[in-house]
Write a protein that binds this ligand. Structure first.
Ligand code: ATP
Length: 451
C-alpha cells in the first residue's frame, strides 16, 4: 500500500467518524458537500417515494408513443438552485402542474428521514416556487450566530431558527411583542440579547424591571429611563404617553406644511418626517409584567388600572410615534384583570419559552397559531432558551437566542453608552451611574452564641 492510499484511507475514516460524532464545524468542512452529493444522487427516487412526483402529461405520453419510445417516468419538482450553507442545504424547487406548497410541507418529515438530515422545513417563495431548508445537525444545541447578518434600522438579529436562518425582531413590521415563559426558561437571556442588539442603534431604551431592577439596572448606562417598582413605572408610563402626544403634534404640524404641496408625501408616522424633525424611536422593555397588574389594596388597584390604561394607549397609538413595547412575563392572561386581553391583542409578535401548562401557551398562541401551542408545551426543561415564536400571519418557528451573559451585555451597553439619547420628557427617570449600594444589613442575622 502506498503512502497516498494510507492517507486517503485515514481521511475517509476520519470523515466517517466525524460524521457519526457530528461536531458543529463538521458541516463547514465535509457535511455540506457530502449532503449535496447525496441529495442530488437520491433526489428522483426519494421524491418518488415521498409522493412528490407527477405522472407524465398526455402530451409526453403521445410523443413517446409516436416515437415508439418507452413510457416516460413520473417527474419530480425541478431543482432551480441548490445552495450549501453553514448549517445544511437550501433547495429551491419549481413545482410541477398539479402540485402545491402544502404537498412539500406535508412531506418534510419523510424527506428528513430519506435524505438523513436533522431537520427539513419548507416555505412558498412565490407561486409555483418552494424553498426547502435542510439542516445537518441540531443548530439550536449550541447557538452560533452567523458573523454576517442582514442589517436594517430597528431590526435586531436576536436568535437562530431551527432551520438555520437568523430570527430578527423587526420593530418596523411587528411593533409590539410579548415574551412568555416559566421561571428559568430563558426570558431574561432573550431580553438581554435584544438590548445587546439595540445598543449600537439610534434608539432610546426605556426599562421597567419589576424584579427590583436585577435584570435591567446593570445595563443602565445605555438606558434613557428606568423604573424598578410599580409606582415609578406608573409615572414613567404616563410620561411616555405625554411624550407620545407631543410626537403626534410634531407629525400633525408637518402634515399641515405638506398638505398644500402637490404630490408631496404626507407624514403618517415618525419615519415619514425629515431627519432633523424625527424624534428618536423608543423601545420600552417591561420585565415581569404581572407585577404591574397585581394589587392588594384599593390604592394599588387604582394604580394598576392607570398602569394598564397607559400600556394599552402606548400599544394602540405608540407605533406611529415610534414607541415600541416589548413585554415579558410568566403568564399574561385574563386572570390578571381587566384590560389585559385588550393589551395582549395589540402585541403582535409572540414568543413562548418553556411553559408549565397548556393555558400559558394558549396565552401566547391560542388566538393566532393553535399548532404552536403544542410546540411550546413540548419544549424540554433541560434546554433553557428554546422558544417558539410566531406572528399574526399564523406562521411559527422554534428559535434559541445565543447565551449572552450579563457581563457581555453590560460591556456592550457600556461601550455604546455614548449613544444613549437624552429625552427631556423622561429626564426624571434617567438612571444615575454611580457606585453600587452595598447591602447595609445581612438578610439573615447571625444567631447569638449560647453557652
Ligand atoms: N439561550 C440560552 N442558551 C443557553 N442557556 C440559556 C439560554 N437562555 C437561558 N439559559 C440558561 O437558563 C438560565 C435561566 O435563564 P433566564 O434567567 O433567562 O430565565 P428566566 O426565564 O428569565 O427565569 P426567571 O423568570 O426565573 O428570571 C440561565 O442562567 C442560563 O444559564
Amino acid at each position: 500500500m502506498t503512502a497516498l492510499t494510507v492517507a486517503l484511507v485515514v481521511v475517509i475514516a476520519a470523515a466517517l467518524v466525524l460524521r457519526w460524532r457530528r461536531p458543529a464545524w463538521y458541516w463547514l468542512v465535509f457535511g455540506a458537500a457530502f449532503a449535496a452529493v447525496r441529495v442530488l444522487f437520491q433526489y428522483t427516487s426519494v421524491m418518488d417515494a415521498c409522493g412528490l412526483t407527477v405522472p407524465p402529461s398526455r402530451w409526453r405520453l403521445a410523443m413517446a408513443r409516436l416515437a415508439n419510445r418507452p413510457v416516460p417516468e413520473s417527474r419530480a419538482p425541478r431543482i432551480l438552485r441548490l445552495r450549501p450553507t453553514r448549517t445544511g442545504l437550501v433547495l429551491r424547487l419549481k413545482l410541477r402542474p398539479g402540485q402545491d406548497a402544502f404537498d412539500v410541507s406535508a412531506s418534510c418529515d419523510r424527506l428528513r428521514h430519506s435524505f438523513a438530515m436533522y431537520g427539513v422545513t419548507s416555505r412558498e417563495l412565490r407561486s409555483g416556487v418552494v424553498e426547502v431548508r435542510m439542516t445537518g445537525y441540531d443548530v439550536l444545541k449550541r447557538v452560533q450566530m452567523p458573523a454576517k447578518t442582514d442589517p436594517a434600522p430597528m431590526r435586531v438579529p436576536v436568535a437562530l431558527r431551527e432551520d438555520g436562518a437568523v430570527h430578527y425582531r423587526d420593530y418596523r413590521t411587528v411593533p409590539h411583542g410579548l415574551t412568555l415563559g416559566a421561571t428559568e426558561s430563558g426570558k431574561s437571556v432573550y431580553q438581554r440579547n435584544l438590548v445587546a442588539g439595540l445598543a449600537p442603534m439610534d434608539v432610546a431604551l426605556v426599562g421597567i424591571d419589576c424584579k427590583q431592577g436585577v435584570e435591567l439596572f446593570p445595563l443602565a448606562r445605555r438606558f434613557s429611563a428606568l423604573a424598578d417598582n410599580p409606582n415609578a413605572a406608573l409615572d414613567l408610563l404616563e410620561a411616555l404617553v405625554s411624550h407620545m402626544e407631543d410626537v403626534y403634534q410634531v407629525i400633525r404640524a408637518e402634515q399641515r406644511i405638506t398638505v398644500n404641496v402637490p404630490d408631496a408625501e404626507i407624514a403618517a408616522d415618525i419615519w415619514d418626517l425629515p431627519d432633523h424633525l424625527r424624534p428618536v424611536p423608543i423601545v420600552v422593555l417591561v420585565d415581569e409584567v404581572a407585577e404591574l397588574a397585581l394589587f392588594a389594596t384599593k390604592d394599588e388597584e387604582r394604580r394598576r388600572d392607570r398602569i394598564i390604561t397607559a400600556l394599552v394607549r402606548l400599544a394602540q397609538l405608540g407605533r406611529a410615534a415610534g414607541i415600541y413595547l416589548e413585554i415579558c412575563g410568566q403568564r399574561f392572561g385574563s386572570e390578571l384583570g381587566k384590560g389585559i386581553t385588550m393589551l395582549r391583542a395589540q402585541l403582535t409578535g409572540r414568543t413562548a419559552h418553556r411553559v408549565n401548562d397548556e393555558s400559558s401557551a394558549n396565552m401566547a398562541f391560542g388566538d393566532i397559531a393553535p399548532d404552536a401551542v403544542l410546540a411550546a408545551i413540548q419544549i424540554p426543561t433541560e434546554t433553557p432558551g428554546i422558544a417558539v415564536t410566531g406572528d399574526s400571519s399564523g406562521g411559527w418557528a422554534r428559535i434559541r437566542a445565543p447565551h449572552t451573559t450579563l457581563r457581555q451585555a453590560v460591556n456592550l451597553c457600556n461601550k455604546h453608552a455614548g449613544r444613549t439619547p437624552d429625552l427631556p420628557a423622561l429626564a426624571p427617570f434617567r438612571p444615575v451611574a454611580g457606585t453600587p449600594a452595598l447591602a447595609s444589613e445581612p438578610l439573615a442575622k447571625a444567631a447569638p452564641a449560647t453557652a
